[in-house]
Design a protein around this ligand. Structure first.
Ligand code: SF4
Ligand code: SF4
Length: 358
C-alpha cells in the first residue's frame, strides 16, 4: 500500500467513524515509552487498590504490539456521553436523592462503543483486502493504556483529575480503540496542558483522592469504592461519599473545561428514569428483581444487588434523619448479607445520632 492509498484510507476511516456517532478519531503509533514510568510508579504505590487486573499484563498494556501481534497503529475514537437535562448538580446537592455517575444511566457504553468500533474495523478490513489485516477493537475491555494513547493521538491532555480533557469537548466522552497493522498516517499530540493554575478538582474531591501527579489514589476514589470495591467501604470515607450511590462525577462537574461541554444526541445514552434522580428511599425499596429490571443493559448491572444495597445504605446514613428511613433500614436488616447488614447498622447509628442532636 502506498502513502496516497493510506491517506485516502484514513479519510474514509474518519468518515465512517463520524457516521457511527463518534465526534472525533485520531491515529497514533504504539510507542508508549514516555507514559510507561508514570503508570508503573502508580502501580508500585498500590494506588490501584484491589483492581488486580490493572497490574496484570502490564507488558501488553505498555506495548500494544504484544497484545495484538503486528499492531503498528492505534485508532482512537471519542464519543460524547453526557445526557442533557439530567441536572447533575441539583441531584448531587439533594441529600434525599441518589446520585449516579452520568456515564452509567443509559445503555452500557461497552456494548455501544464496541459494536460501533467493530463496524468501522470491518469496513476497514473490507477496504484493504487482500492485505493481511490484523486488528482488534477495544473499549475499556483489555489491557490498553487508553488515556496515554488518546493523548498521544491528540485528543487532549491529562488533567489534574487524571481524565483526558479536550478544549472543545471537556471530559464527558468515552474512548475506544482499534489496534491495526495498517501503517496509517499518524496524528500529532495537539493540545498542551491547559489546567494552568486551576485546582478545582483537587479542592472538590470529597475524599481527597486526587494526587499531585495527575493520578488518582483509587483506594480513596468514590468510583472505586462504590463500583470496583466488593467489600466493606472504609468507615472513615463513608461520610464523604454523601449521596453518591454509583460512581462520582465531582471532578468533572466542577472542571471549567466542562462548562460548555456538548451533550450527547445518542439515544443509547439517554438516562432511564428513574435512574438519574430517584429518592434514596425508592431505590432502597427495590427488590433484586426490580434492580435487575431497572439496570438491565446498563453498566450499573455489574455491581449487583448486594453492592447496590450497601451503597444506598451509606447514602441513607448520610441523609437527614427521618423515621421512614430508619424503618426502611430496620425492615431490611434481617434479609441482607452480613456485608450489607454492617452498612445498614452504620447508617442507623448515623441517623439516630443526628436525631439525638436535634
Ligand atoms: S471521581 Fe470523585 S472521588 Fe474520584 S477523584 Fe473524582 S471527585 Fe474524587
Ligand atoms: S478542574 Fe481544573 S485542574 Fe482539574 S482537570 Fe479541570 S482544569 Fe484541570
Amino acid at each position: 500500500m502506498n502513502i496516497a492509498d493510506l491517506e485516502s484510507l484514513k479519510q474514509m476511516l474518519i468518515d465512517w467513524t463520524l457516521e457511527q456517532g463518534f465526534q472525533d478519531v485520531r491515529i497514533t503509533d504504539t510507542n508508549l515509552s514516555e507514559h510507561a514510568p508514570r503508570y508503573q510508579s502508580w502501580l508500585s504505590a498500590g494506588y490501584h487498590g484491589d483492581m488486580g487486573y490493572l497490574a496484570r499484563n502490564v507488558d501488553k498494556r505498555l506495548h500494544p504490539e504484544r497484545l495484538v501481534e503486528e499492531t503498528c497503529r492505534v485508532i482512537v475514537a471519542r464519543m460524547d456521553y453526557l445526557p442533557a437535562d439530567t441536572q447533575p448538580l441539583q441531584v448531587l446537592e439533594d441529600p434525599e436523592c441518589g446520585y449516579i455517575s452520568r456515564y452509567a444511566t443509559g445503555r452500557d457504553y461497552h456494548k455501544v462503543v464496541r459494536r460501533r468500533l467493530a463496524r468501522i474495523a470491518d469496513r476497514l478490513n473490507e477496504a484493504v483486502r487482500p492485505f493481511d489485516h490484523r486488528y482488534r477493537a477495544f473499549t475499556d475491555s483489555a489491557p490498553v493504556l487508553e488515556k496515554a494513547l488518546s493523548v498521544k493521538a491528540g485528543h487532549g491532555w491529562v488533567g489534574r483529575n487524571s481524565l483526558v480533557l479536550n478544549e472543545k469537548a471537556g471530559s464527558w466522552f468515552f474512548l475506544g480503540e482499534i489496534y491495526t497493522n495498517l501503517p496509517l498516517p499518524v496524528d500529532e499530540p495537539q493540545q498542551t496542558d491547559r489546567c494552568g493554575a486551576c485546582k478545582a478538582c483537587l479542592n472538590v474531591c470529597p475524599t481527597d483522592a486526587i494526587l499531585d501527579n495527575r493520578t488518582i489514589d483509587a483506594r480513596r476514589c468514590i468510583s472505586y469504592l462504590t463500583i470496583e470495591n466488593k467489600g466493606p467501604i472504609p468507615e472513615t470515607l463513608r461520610g464523604a461519599i454523601g449521596n453518591r450511590i454509583y460512581g462520582c462525577d465531582d471532578c468533572q462537574l466542577y472542571c471549567p473545561w466542562n462548562r460548555d461541554a456538548p451533550t450527547t444526541r445518542e439515544t443509547d445514552f439517554q438516562p432511564r428514569p428513574p435512574l438519574f434522580d430517584a429518592s434514596l428511599e425508592t431505590l432502597f425499596s427495590w427488590s433484586e428483581d426490580e434492580f435487575n429490571r431497572a439496570t438491565e443493559g446498563t453498566a450499573m448491572r455489574r455491581i449487583g444487588y448486594e453492592q447496590w444495597q450497601r451503597n444506598i445504605a451509606v447514602a441513607m446514613g448520610n441523609a437527614p434523619f427521618s423515621q421512614a428511613k430508619v424503618d426502611a433500614l430496620n425492615a431490611r436488616l434481617p434479609h441482607v448479607s452480613p456485608l450489607v447488614a454492617e452498612h445498614i447498622r452504620w447508617a442507623l447509628d448515623q441517623l439516630l445520632s443526628k436525631n439525638a442532636e436535634r
